[in-house]
Design a protein around this ligand. Structure first.
Ligand code: HEC
Ligand code: HEC
Length: 271
């Protein structure tokens, strides 16, 4: 990478914003139709695999938005983007946009029929969950919570807001189902014999941008890359169901639910 230090510096600034829109991927086995695949490929990195929102974009399945919008309105939002930060997707073509819009509708339909998780009772000890999150379970090594923790993985501050306890428990004990393409760990080998492991944040015909676990960005020219190995999973540890007791898991889930219900100044911006 020493070859192009100036470009690397330039790229890092815009990377965070462009990364999710352009990561190209192979089809995911767990996906069903083309709409689901396109959604995972282009949208899940920001809106969450379940459409319930991420730290970069709002929920698409909340009762307040998608169900009230017409198909043509959704189509236009995806095609043209919005001033509020939704990138335009005209380049994926009308057929793909149409498929993705139908899939978003499907997700929204499911969300309505499974009710409002926000009213769910807290069954664990959220204080014990906090201690685990920042201590033994080390969630904070990768995930921000109320501004504290790492940022290689998504911010979990709002995670419990639009999700029920079961869905949160599943996400912790059975990660990568489905695996969001932009979260997949890859190992890139270069012609100079170096191997870099991390997450592909951007990929095009000429270059790859890889973020290693320490948070650093590496820009590699395709011409110097000899192999890209896809691991099939994210950095999320896969052993929490055995490493933690069911009470500890319940405590962590409760902590996420309780934190997500706290009012925050950012709420004014509409999440
Ligand atoms: C880089 C992150 C990002 C990606 C990728 C992304 N979105 Fe968005 N999306 C946003 C943001 C931010 C907003 C909120 C925009 C606003 O308030 O103007 C948004 C808003 C929306 C809305 C309007 C929600 C509402 O009702 O208010 C829809 C629909 C939507 N996105 C669908 C999609 C679909 C479908 C895809 C994939 C093709 C996608 N988005 C990919 C960031 C993203
Ligand atoms: C080594 C880093 C790492 C650690 C430690 C870790 N995670 Fe994760 N986690 C990830 C990554 C990477 C993902 C994939 C999604 C992403 O990129 O944010 C993920 C995904 C998740 C998701 C699903 C997010 C979604 O988009 O639906 C939840 C919930 C979650 N982690 C909670 C936790 C909790 C709770 C702990 C501690 C018990 C924890 N994680 C520990 C890296 C980590």
């Amino acid at each position: 990478m020493g070859r192009r230090p100036a470009k690397l510096l330039l790229m890092t600034g815009t990377m965070f914003f462009s990364a999710y829109a352009f990561v190209s991927v192979r089809a995911q086995r767990s996906d069903t139709g083309p709409g689901a695949q396109r959604f995972m490929e282009y949208c899940a990195g920001c809106h969450g695999a379940d459409g319930r929102g991420g730290d970069k974009a709002p929920a698409l399945v909340a009762a307040s938005n998608t169900p009230d919008r017409s198909d043509s309105e959704l189509f236009r939002i995806v095609h043209d983007g919005t001033k509020g930060g939704m990138p335009p997707f005209a380049q994926i073509g009308d057929a793909n946009i149409g498929a993705v819009v139908q899939y978003v509708r499907q997700l929204a339909g499911k969300a309505v029929s499974t009710g409002a998780p926000a009213e769910e009772a807290i069954t664990g000890d959220a204080d014990a969950g906090r201690a685990l999150y920042f201590g033994k379970a080390q969630c904070s090594a990768c995930h921000l919570m109320q501004g504290k923790g790492g940022f290689i993985a998504r911010n979990l501050t709002n995670y419990g807001r639009s999700r029920g306890a079961d869905a949160i428990l599943q996400a912790i004990t059975n990660p990568d189902s489905p695996l969001v393409p932009s979260s997949e760990v890859v190992t890139v080998k270069t012609e100079r014999g170096a191997a870099l492991t991390g997450v592909l944040r951007n990929e095009d015909a000429f270059s790859l941008a890889l973020q290693s676990e320490d948070g650093r960005f590496h820009l590699l020219a395709r011409s110097e890359v000899t192999d890209v190995h896809h691991s099939g999973h994210s950095l999320m540890p896969r052993d929490y169901s055995t490493r933690l007791t069911s009470k500890e898991l319940d405590d962590i889930v409760s902590f996420l639910l309780v934190e997500s219900r706290k009012p925050r100044p950012t709420d004014a911006a509409g999440r």
